[in-house]
Design a protein around this ligand. Structure first.
Ligand code: FAD
Length: 418
């Protein structure tokens, strides 16, 4: 008899896996082991609307309470999986129980990288990943005057814009020469550097954190940077990236390396165990490389795909096709809505369409002469058109896109239906 599916992790990827399995007609037992105590919630608002002045510190749930009873999905809140016994096909939990599985889905996500410089543990220094983190910031922000953010990645800059909107003096320290440099083209990174300066945020590039100093009350008071500059700080947010939660898999003997390594069908080195979302390191046919993505799109699309893999296995159907969804992402930083379709590479040839001065434009990225990714600011229609073009078979050349009157919308409209 099928022992059911156990899903470790009650985030975006874990819940979507459970939902998609039921929607695909899976009739066995589904258990979600969710390490956090709350009803599973959406993370993206935590660094955006959740922190806006006058808002309640209430999260947006991923699914309502009724979903779990209606779909007959057992949600174990505040319980962590501690070990996987692969020969016996069961998972040990930190409440002393074990769960048998037919298939196991690891959707364990990531955790924040932490700073270890002098003073890094002082009161007033925060991180932002969980609802508990966001609640602590929501409570601290009204009294904050001088905010320092370490790291000009998406979350750091979203938080900086939120703090600035509340009137805080806000400084961001980034040791790289550009904000969001790992994910954005230089032209877009440079535009955002200017945009944050116009919001009144002190974005200090090529300047890392050296140490924090405490005030007489023992709380953080000054952030001293690698240039020796002293920045007043009564509230600090550290946003220096994340690490995949792959230890459970590694200890169980599964292949890991920047995440849990999976094949095109999202199976780990043990075919009864799959991994999805932020924790999964997968071969991406579009880039031809192994990558790990941190986005809602990737978490939900991989979860849907994993459900198909499990269902194909249960019905002894031929293997599901490899996972090949187009990556896309968004970030809201004050008045700027950034949306990306495809993955930009540092060496891409770029073309700007629209009006950067009016904060409404797109950066088209070409690789080998063809459109490979599009970054848009405050142009959702361009973003949707780019997703359609990049997911489909259209091949837009740089020459074509440079022609007078070219628009992404018109090109997408002209495309044959996918
Ligand atoms: C503040 C913030 C803002 C963001 N904004 C955006 C955005 O604008 N756009 C976007 O696309 N993405 C955004 N993201 C990223 C997006 O939220 C993640 O990519 C997505 O949530 C990943 O989902 P996941 O299920 O893979 O992992 P997670 O959401 O991290 O969920 C994993 C869950 O597994 C649990 N877990 C781990 N180990 C165990 C264990 N052993 N036992 C039980 N449970 C365990 C964890 O506690 C966690 O609850 C943001 C993230 C953050 C933190």
């Amino acid at each position: 008899m099928d022992a059911g599916v156990v899903i470790v992790g009650g985030g975006q990827a874990g819940l979507q896996s459970a939902d998609s399995l039921r929607s695909a007609g899976y009739g066995g037992k589904i258990t979600v082991v969710a390490g956090e105590p709350e009803l599973p919630y959406q993370r993206p608002p935590l660094s955006k609307d959740f922190l806006a002045p006058g808002t309640e510190a209430s999260p947006l749930p991923l699914r309502g309470e009724a979903f779990f009873t209606d779909k007959d999905i057992l949600l174990l809140r505040g319980i962590a999986a501690t070990a996987i016994d692969r020969p016996c096909r069961n998972v040990s939990l930190d409440d002393g129980t074990t769960l048998d599985y037919g298939h196991l889905v690891l959707a364990t996500g990531t955790r924040n990288r932490t700073l270890d410089c002098a003073g890094a543990r002082l009161a007033g220094i925060h991180y932002l990943r969980t609802l508990a983190d966001a609640r602590a910031l929501h409570a601290a922000l009204p009294a904050a005057r001088n905010v320092v953010v370490i790291g000009a990645g998406f979350i750091g800059l979203e938080f900086a814009a939120a703090a600035r909107a509340r009137g805080c003096n806000t400084t961001v320290l980034e040791f790289a020469p550009r904000p969001m440099g790992r994910a954005l083209t230089p032209v877009m990174g440079d535009w955002f550097a200017g945009a944050h300066a116009r919001l009144g945020i002190g974005l200090k590039l090529s300047e890392g954190i050296e140490r924090f100093e405490a005030g007489p009350d023992g709380r953080v008071a000054v952030a001293v940077s690698t240039t020796g500059a002293r920045h007043l700080a009564d509230l600090v947010v550290v946003g220096i990236g994340v690490l995949p939660n792959d230890e459970l898999a590694a200890v169980a003997g599964l292949e890991t390396g920047n995440g849990i390594r999976v094949d095109g069908c999202l199976r780990t080195s043990d075919p009864a165990i799959l991994a999805v979302g932020d924790c999964a390191n997968f071969p991406h046919p579009r880039s031809g490389e192994r990558i790990r993505l941190e986005s809602v799109q990737n978490a939900t699309d991989q979860a849907r795909h994993a459900a198909r893999t499990i269902m194909a296995g249960a019905a002894e159907r031929p293997e599901a096709a490899p996972y090949a969804e187009l990556p896309w992402f968004w970030s809201t930083q004050g008045p700027y809505r950034l949306q990306m379709a495809g993955l930009a590479n540092p060496g891409d040839d770029t073309l700007v369409l629209g009006d950067p001065a009016a904060a409404k434009f797109s950066v088209l990225c070409f690789r080998d002469g063809l459109l490979a990714a599009v970054e848009s600011v405050n142009l959702p229609a361009d973003h949707l058109a780019a997703r359609k073009l990049l997911a489909g078979s259209a091949r837009i050349s740089r020459l074509e896109a440079s022609a007078q009157g070219f628009t992404l919308k018109a090109a997408a409209r002209a495309m044959a239906p996918v």
